[in-house]
Design a protein around this ligand. Structure first.
Ligand code: NAD
Length: 436
């Protein structure tokens, strides 16, 4: 566990640490940051440097729509911190995108990369738009125009985007192409999450779900629960949820319930996850009409009596309102920010182990890092090598966070922040970006 130097007066918790109580994503992130900062005795200078993003760029993107009219979209890119290396983080297309959300997501990326020990800082981007209501041509013009405006922000050694909600391989291919055209040479390492044929990595699609599975195994082993026969419920059946469910089942776990926007499906005998994925893929990507389990609500799913609950859909699903009714022994956060800060207190009191998002879902960014490494080497790894290395990263990170939680007598979440903030602050000092 990296420690800060002891020659500075630690913050008392009263003078300098700001108290956050609201459930706004940035405030929620900051309340955990504050708690970890108090534990490691982060001094005021470090605190002030690390709490604020290093850069926040807002652009207005004019796009010629199919009807011949120009619409202007608001876009963001936030670099929270680039101490450990170029900033890394996805680009989200959603009508809910706003600066505070992008700032929180960018900070989470800083802590996530630091927790798993990959040489990246944290960034995030977003465009306020509804991608489902736009044609492919409109999305392409929007993505290329955003890239044009961000050409001095992005770069393989500067800031490396990836997909997030509402974006995927196609948008990454457009960004790679537009950036390469502007630079005059092919630059695949400027984005990750690309199609395989354009320099994507084997194993990227399964990476986040695989990391969730590895983290679940680590957590269960600490609780001396065998995965064989242990029960789980998984909220969300997209990339992270469905692959987590499939891989947990492959470890002998019984998946009692799955869910997506169409509702939740419960089968006390265990859901046949492969069959559910096949059903979803043949049914426009949703579980609507799935008959392999009886229909329950999404809140019922969260409150099921299971060993492991995997929220893998979206933010703020476990809050002060329902935390007291959660019966799982372990929560493994596949989604970013599924548990609000106020719910943490209740879950901790109930003795529920929460493997936090910045650790549990870091398998995705780890394999994104491997994609970038392979792009720069111009040499591609086998799937087996990608998995072996990613599993090692996840296991090592879990152990470091677990040991920090024992050392500081705190939850795994706060321990993950302690590890991450300690590392980023230590590098800040070594690089000497500000005077003592
Ligand atoms: P996705 O779009 O593939 O899937 C989201 C799933 O959640 C869908 O099945 C959707 O129907 C479902 N859903 C949406 N609202 C729901 C609700 N209220 N209740 C139940 N289900 C609901 O997205 P994804 O890539 O799987 O991402 C899921 C979460 O994981 C997000 O928080 C994302 O930021 C996070 N995450 C993703 C990755 C990655 O590599 N894809 C990496 C790290 C974190």
């Amino acid at each position: 566990m990296p420690h800060l130097t002891n020659n500075k007066k630690p913050m008392s918790g009263k003078e300098n640490v700001i108290k956050h109580s609201s459930e706004n994503p940035f405030e929620s992130m900051m309340s955990r940051f504050d708690e970890a900062a108090r534990i490691i005795g982060l001094d005021e200078s470090d605190y002030n440097v690390l709490k604020a993003p290093q850069k926040a760029v807002i652009v207005n993107i004019p796009v010629m729509m199919d009807n011949g009219k120009v619409r202007v979209f608001e876009g963001f890119r936030v670099v929270h911190n680039a101490n450990l290396g170029p900033s890394k983080g996805g680009i989200r297309y959603s009508m809910d995108v706003h600066l505070d959300e992008v700032k929180a997501l960018a900070a989470w990326m800083t802590w996530k990369c630091a927790v798993v020990g990959i040489p990246y800082g944290g960034g995030k981007g977003g465009i306020k738009c509804d991608p489902r209501s736009m044609s492919k041509g409109e999305l392409e013009r929007l993505t290329r125009a955003y890239t044009d405006l961000m050409v001095d922000v992005f770069g393989p050694d500067r800031d490396i985007p990836a997909p997030d909600m509402g974006t995927g391989q196609q948008e990454m291919a457009w960004i790679m192409d537009e950036y390469s055209k502007l630079k005059g040479y092919s630059s695949p390492a400027v984005v990750t999450g690309k199609p395989l044929v354009l320099g994507g990595s084997l194993g990227r699609v399964e990476a986040t779900g695989r990391g969730v599975m590895v983290s679940t195994r680590s957590a269960l082993s600490k609780l001396k629960i065998s995965p064989v026969g242990a029960t789980t419920a998984v909220q969300g059946f997209g990339n992270v949820g469905s692959i987590s469910a499939k891989l947990l089942a492959s470890q002998g776990m019984k998946v009692l319930a799955i869910s997506d926007v169409s509702g939740a499906y419960h089968n006390p005998e265990g859901i046949d996850v492969e069959a559910a994925i096949a059903y979803r893929d043949s049914n426009n990507g949703t579980l609507e009409g799935y008959t392999g389990g009886s229909k329950i609500t999404n809140s019922d799913l969260l409150e099921l009596e299971v060993d492991v609950l995997v929220p893998a859909a979206m933010e703020d699903q476990i809050t002060a309102e329902n935390a007291d009714r959660i019966k799982a022994k372990v929560i493994v956060e596949g989604a970013n920010g599924p548990t609000s800060a106020s719910a943490d207190t209740i879950l901790n009191k109930k003795g529920i182990m929460v493997v936090p998002d910045i650790l549990a879902n870091a398998g995705g960014v780890t394999v994104s890092y491997f994609e970038w490494v392979q792009n720069r080497l111009g040499y591609f790894w086998t799937e087996e090598r990608v998995y072996r290395r990613a599993d090692r990263v996840m296991k090592t990170a879990f152990e470091a966070v677990y040991q920090a939680s024992i050392e500081h007598n705190c939850s795994l979440r706060i321990a993950a922040y302690v590890v991450a903030i300690g590392k980023v602050a230590e590098v800040e000092k070594l690089r000497g970006k500000f005077g003592l």
